[in-house]
Design a protein around this ligand. Structure first.
Ligand code: ZN
Length: 413
């Protein structure tokens, strides 16, 4: 599907008929008020209680709320910090990863001393330090088809801070099937997007993006980079939306997509309409359960035999004197940071812009192309083969897999 420069699908651009459907609207509070506030809670939340729109009842709704945050990373950090500070009574955190040094420029929930620690444990400690009056439920696991329903069922709403498409579609589908609001945010480079998908009142994520992008077309933050502080802007929008949904104040981003441009420092919202043909939430919906395999749906398929070489096989090939040409299609700064000895740099965009450069590669050496984790090298491989280098293969898992399996002394990133 065609998308404009901001990544908005052209077919979903609002038209005159969408004006009413995409207009901001108030919704009733999602959560009933909990028990009366204690003296400690009154002191802590005094500035929030002063707001007539929130007041004592709104604060008791927050106290009674159960919010699940998928991912304790760049977006999850501001979301979790502010939800805890605001007094959301129970906060679930799903994340299978440990804190890595390269996370710290944007994942402000974690600090230097947390490197190597489970993100859920680090998050729980950080949130307890911010507000001991809220309860944190750590789920140090990957959200998957087997646990999504059970996890979501225990919470009032879900905030998604992950940066991969398979998880987004899984979160959306589980949220629609269970009738939960889904507060979505996304960051890449200098651009952010946010919306609230809630099939009971507006479109779902599949109405906006019926199909995942082709693998390699949409870079992840790991490959495309992200300005760390952008996460604060988009995460703050997500946390605000969660508080508004719980308390029923204002007009949530249901049926609207917020676009945040950090370089121009501009925000705009565009109306989203429900897709009448949506397979999940449309009147003729055909999907009544979760998919069997979201990674497969998003095109992350096992490589065809003959396309890839494992790091160990490449090591053995070189040790045996095979002398393959190792072609690095990452960016120059990545090549500078860490590289395979003897590798030649040809960034993917330059290769794709000028496929004739393939002819400059020595014909008598087998080409092994690699990138960071395997997405860019898969695209490069297709270009190489189209240009006649049918013997070319790409390194399975990229240089990260090489570091993991062959040479752990090299620096990761
Ligand atoms: Zn839908």
């Amino acid at each position: 599907m065609a998308r404009d420069a901001a990544g908005v699908p052209a077919a979903r651009q609002p038209g005159p008929r969408d004006r009413r459907e995409g207009a901001a609207m108030a919704l009733p509070a999602l959560v009933a008020p909990g028990a009366a506030l204690t003296a400690a809670e009154r002191r802590r939340y005094a500035r929030q209680l002063t707001l007539a729109e929130v007041g004592e009842v709104g604060q008791r709704r927050l106290k009674n709320a159960r919010v699940l945050c998928v991912g304790a990373g760049g977006l999850g950090s501001p979301v979790l910090l502010y939800l805890a500070a605001a007094g959301v009574g129970t906060i679930g955190v799903v994340d299978p990863d440990t804190v890595d040094e390269s996370n710290l420029h944007r994942q402000v929930l974690h600090g230097q001393g947390d490197i190597g620690r489970a993100k859920t444990a680090s998050a729980a400690a950080a949130l307890a330090a911010v507000n001991p009056l809220v309860r944190v439920e750590p789920h140090p696991t990957t959200l998957d088809v087997g646990n999504a329903r059970d996890l979501f069922a225990g919470y009032d709403l879900v905030v998604d801070g992950t940066d991969n498409f398979a998880t987004r579609y899984l979160v959306n589908d589980a949220a629609v099937l269970l009738g939960k609001p889904y507060v979505w945010g996304s960051v890449l480079r200098f651009d952010g997007q946010a919306s609230v998908f809630w099939a009971a009142h507006g479109p779902c994520y599949r109405c906006l993006y019926p199909e995942p992008p082709a693998p390699g077309d949409a870079p992840s933050c790991a490959e495309g980079g992200v300005l760390g502080v952008l996460c604060a802007a988009v995460g703050a929008v997500q946390a605000t939306e969660a508080v508004k949904l719980v308390t029923g104040i204002g007009e949530p981003l249901v049926g609207r997509l917020l676009l945040h441009d950090a370089l121009r420092m501009q925000q705009r919202t565009v109306a989203l309409r429900r897709d009448p043909d949506c397979v999940l939430c449309g009147p003729r919906a055909t999907q009544r359960d979760l998919l069997a395999d979201y990674a497969y749906f998003c095109g992350v398929r096992p490589a065809a035999a003959g396309d890839t070489i494992s790091p160990a096989a490449l090591r053995d090939l070189r040790a045996a004197g095979g002398d393959p040409l190792v072609l690095d299609v990452r960016e120059p700064w990545e090549h500078e940071l860490v590289r395979l000895a003897g590798s030649v740099l040809l960034p993917l965009d330059r290769l794709l812009a000028d496929p004739a450069r393939v002819a400059e590669l020595p014909a008598d050496r087998r080409v092994v192309v690699h990138c960071k984790s395997g997405a860019r090298s898969a695209r490069a491989l297709a270009a190489l083969r189209a240009a006649g280098r049918t013997d070319a293969v790409h390194l399975d898992g990229g240089i990260l897999a090489w570091i993991r399996d062959v040479d752990p002394t090299l620096p990761g990133y």
